[in-house]
Design a protein around this ligand. Structure first.
Ligand code: HEC
Length: 259
């Protein structure tokens, strides 16, 4: 007996296969229910018949606070408290104790986020200011020194004049750490002999420099090389509009005039 004779011819067999596949598909599709797909639900950015105002995106429920977002301690989160006269009131105090770790964290964050404009010592002459950005506040002048601690927090939270805010980069606890570090910086530039603990010997910077084999000038302000902005001001007389006045250009450098 040949294979052809036993199980019918080629066409019959392939038709049988098609039927089998078809039946399997019918069984599969019948088992697939659309309940999940067709259930009433909200689709993002689309209206909904479910609510009277037909808005799919629901507004927050009035007088409720989402879990974990109850910012009860207003001073910690905003740096201000409601004053007696209804105005916001700043305070010269930290909302939590300052430890060495807090100051170190503040120093690290300050060096990352504030030095580009305020410089590492906080005198407002950072690299960006050097290249024409508006003069940043000098944290050591009398005005800045006498500002309450929470003012720094407020400035970091909301920005100030030409300064952008840093609320996205710095969490509230980090903003307070930076504020505390600003006070440490201020002390570093204005410490008096009374601030030195008894029994601690004070050495001159230049003595330390020479003891370490550094040039004496190391302890004095450094003369930095001119930046491109200073060497090639857009307009030697007026500077670039909206930017800090141009520094006197180095006469040794010849600026090509194109007019
Ligand atoms: C992009 C540059 C820039 C950066 C970065 C910057 N500042 Fe400033 N800051 C300024 C400028 C410019 C001013 C002066 C604003 C003005 O007068 O318009 C200023 C002013 C201030 C003042 C003085 C506010 C007052 O009431 O006089 C404080 C305090 C201050 N900045 C803190 C900070 C701290 C803290 C950081 C880091 C988190 C920081 N700034 C980062 C540019 C900057």
């Amino acid at each position: 007996m040949t294979r052809e004779q036993g199980t019918g011819n080629r066409e019959q067999r392939s038709a049988g296969r098609v039927m089998l596949v078809g039946m399997a598909a019918v069984v599969l599709i019948a088992g697939c229910r659309q309940d999940m797909h067709n259930q009433p639900k909200l689709i993002p950015q689309r209206g909904s018949e479910m609510f009277a105002d037909h808005r799919g995106a629901r507004p927050q429920v009035v007088n409720t606070v989402a879990r974990g977002q109850l910012h009860e301690d207003s001073y910690f989160y905003t740096g201000v408290v409601q004053g007696a006269n209804g105005y916001r009131e700043e305070r010269n105090e930290m909302p939590f104790p300052v430890t060495m770790d807090v100051l170190k964290r503040g120093e690290e964050r300050f060096n990352i986020y504030c030095t580009p404009c305020h410089s590492r010592v906080g005198n407002g002459e950072g690299a960006i200011v050097d290249r024409g950005y508006k003069q940043a506040g000098n944290l050591h002048d009398q005005v800045r020194r006498s500002q309450p601690l929470s003012h720094y927090f407020y400035v970091m939270t909301h920005g100030y004049g030409a300064m952008p805010d840093y609320s996205a980069q710095l969490t509230p606890v980090d903003r307070w750490a930076v504020a505390a570090y600003i006070r440490a910086l201020q002390l570093s530039q204005a410490a008096t002999m009374q601030d030195v603990p008894a029994g601690v010997q004070v050495k001159e910077l230049k003595d330390i420099a020479s003891a370490k084999g550094l040039p004496v000038g190391f302890a004095q302000p450094w003369t930095l090389p001119l930046t491109a902005m200073q060497a090639y001001p857009a307009d030697a007389k007026q500077g670039t509009p909206g930017m800090a006045p141009a520094y006197p250009a180095d006469p040794a450098i010849k600026i090509p005039v194109t007019k």
